[in-house]
Design a protein around this ligand. Structure first.
Ligand code: NAI
Length: 403
C-alpha cells in the first residue's frame, strides 16, 4: 500500500475500464475528455501521482517540471512520441504504453482482406453501389492452398500466419531477426525469395531506415504476376506510385492499403493518394488496430501496468526505465529509490541501510546509463528512516515507500 492516497488524472476519453481498474484499488480518479494543453496541465497536474493520456497531450520536460508529485505516466495507445520519455526517466517517472493490445485486430483485418482481394469484393461492391450487377467466377479464387508471404514475423505477422494457416494457406515469412516459426510457417532466406514465391505478400515491419520504400518498382517486378500486396504496417514501407503502376499494368491483381506516407490528423474529406480509382484496391484509413476490443485491451493493459508500479514498483513493461519486477513481500516495508547512475551512490545507500541496522528481506537493482532503480524490502521499524536518509542523498531522484 502506498504511504499516501494516490490521485490519478485520465485525459482524452480513455476507455472507462481503466477508471474501474484504478478505482477498485482505492485510487482517486478524475477523468476529462479533452487533451491537456501546456496551460491547462499547470493546474490539472497539481497533486496528481498517476497521469493517463492518449496521443494528443504533449508531455514535455516543461510539463514534467510542473508536476513534482507525478510518479508515473500511462500512454493509453501504442506510441509514446507525445512524451519526452528521457526527461520523464530523469524525473524518476516510468512511462507505460500498450504496444500489442491491437495485434489481433490488425491480423483479423488482413486475413479478411486476403479473401476479399481474391474474390474481388471491393471492386464488385463498388460496381453494385453504382447499380452494375456483374456476376462472374472469372479470376476469382479460393485462398485455400495459396501462398502467403509475411514480411516481418513479429506480433502481428505471427498471428496472421496462424489465421492464414487455418484457412488452408501455405505460409512463409521473412524477418531480419531469427524467429521461431509457429505451426507450419517457414522462413525464407531473403525478401526476394519470399516475393517470388507468394500469391499474397503482407507487410508487418516497423518504420526504420531498412524498411523505408522496402517495396519499390524493382521489388514489385519480382512479385508473381497476378499476385496481391497488403500493407497495414507503416506508410513509408511501400512506394505507392510504383504500386499504382504495377496495378494499372495488371502485373498485380489487387492491393489492400491501410497506411499512407502522409496521414491526416483528423477526419478530412479530400484525402488524395495514387491508388484511388484503381479496381480491386481496398483502401482503409489506418483502422487496422481500431476496434472496441483493442481500445478495451489498451485500457486494461495500461491501467494494470500503472497499478503494478504504484502498488509494488514493477517497471518491467515501461518504455524508459530499468526493468524491475519483484513480488511484494509480506511483513516488511518496501523502499523504492530512483537515483542518478553515478559512481558511489549504491555504496551510500547500502551504508545507510547498514547504519540503521535494517534486516534486508530482498533487494534488487536495475540500471540504465542514466538512472538506477533500487527496490529494498526491509523491516518495518526502520523503513521511514531509510527512506528519509536515502531521499536526502544528492544523487537521489525519487524515493517512496510501500507498507
Ligand atoms: P513487432 O515489433 O512485433 O514485429 C515487427 C517485426 O518486423 C519484427 O519481428 C522485426 O524483426 C521485423 N523487421 C524489422 N525490420 C525488418 C526488415 N527490414 N525486414 C524484415 N523484417 C523486419 O511489431 P508488430 O506489433 O507486429 O507491428 C508491425 C507493424 O504494424 C508496425 O509498423 C506497427 O506500427 C504496425 N501497426 C499498424 C496498425 C494499424 O492500425 N494498421 C496497428 C498496430 C501496429
Amino acid at each position: 500500500m502506498p504511504e499516501f492516497p494516490i490521485k490519478a488524472l485520465l485525459l482524452e476519453n480513455i476507455h472507462p475500464v481503466a477508471e474501474e481498474i484504478l478505482r477498485a484499488q482505492s485510487i482517486d480518479v478524475k477523468c476529462l475528455s479533452k487533451a491537456g494543453s501546456k496551460e491547462s496541465l499547470k493546474e490539472e497536474l497539481k497533486g496528481v501521482h498517476v497521469l493517463g493520456i492518449r496521443s494528443k497531450t504533449q508531455i514535455t520536460k516543461e510539463v514534467l517540471d510542473l508536476a513534482p508529485e507525478l510518479l508515473v505516466v500511462g500512454c493509453f495507445c501504442i506510441g509514446t512520441n507525445q512524451v519526452d520519455i528521457s526527461a520523464a526517466r530523469l524525473k524518476g517517472c516510468p512511462v507505460f504504453n500498450a504496444p500489442y493490445a491491437n495485434t489481433r485486430s490488425v491480423a483479423e483485418l488482413v486475413v479478411a482482406e486476403i479473401v476479399m482481394l481474391s474474390r474481388k469484393v471491393a471492386h464488385r461492391s463498388a460496381l453494385l453501389h453504382q447499380g452494375r450487377w456483374e456476376k462472374s467466377a472469372s479470376a476469382c479464387f479460393e485462398v485455400r492452398g495459396k501462398t502467403l508471404g509475411i514480411v516481418g514475423y513479429g506480433h502481428i505477422g505471427s498471428q496472421l500466419g496462424i489465421l492464414a494457416e487455418d484457412l488452408g494457406m501455405r505460409v512463409f515469412y521473412y524477418d531480419i531477426a531469427a524467429k521461431m516459426p509457429i505451426g507450419n510457417c517457414r522462413p525464407t532466406e531473403t525478401l526476394e525469395e519470399l516475393l517470388k514465391l507468394s500469391d499474397f505478400v503482407s507487410f508487418h515491419v516497423p518504420e526504420t531506415e531498412s524498411t523505408k520504400n522496402m517495396i519499390s518498382h524493382d521489388r514489385l517486378k519480382l512479385m508473381k504476376k497476378g499476385s496481391y500486396l497488403l500493407n497495414a504496417s507503416r506508410g513509408s514501407v511501400v512506394d505507392l506510385e510504383a504500386l499504382a503502376n504495377a496495378l494499372k499494368s495488371r502485373h498485380l491483381e489487387g492491393a489492400a492499403i491501410d497506411v499512407f506516407p502522409e496521414e491526416p490528423e483528423g477526419s478530412v474529406s479530400e484525402f488524395k493518394n495514387p491508388l484511388q480509382n484503381i479496381p480491386n484496391v481496398i483502401l482503409t484509413p489506418h483502422i487496422g488496430g481500431s476496434t472496441e476490443e483493442a481500445q478495451k485491451n489498451i485500457g486494461v493493459e495500461v491501467a494494470t501496468s500503472l497499478l503494478q508500479f504504484v502498488a509494488n514498483g514493477s517497471s518491467s513493461m515501461a518504455v524508459n526505465f530499468p526493468k524491475v519486477d519483484l513480488p511484494i513481500q509480506s511483513d516488511c516495508h518496501r523502499v523504492l529509490n530512483v537515483h542518478k547512475n553515478v559512481p558511489g551512490v549504491l555504496a551510500e545507500i547500502t551504508g545507510i541501510i547498514s547504519e540503521v541496522g535494517a534486516n534486508i528481506e530482498s533487494q534488487y537493482l536495475a540500471t540504465d546509463p542514466a538512472i538506477g532503480y533500487l527496490i529494498v524490502d526491509l523491516d518495518k521499524a526502520v523503513s521511514a528512516e531509510v527512506k528519509n536518509r536515502v531521499s536526502a542523498l544528492p544523487a537521489s531522484i525519487k524515493t517512496r515507500i510501500l507498507f
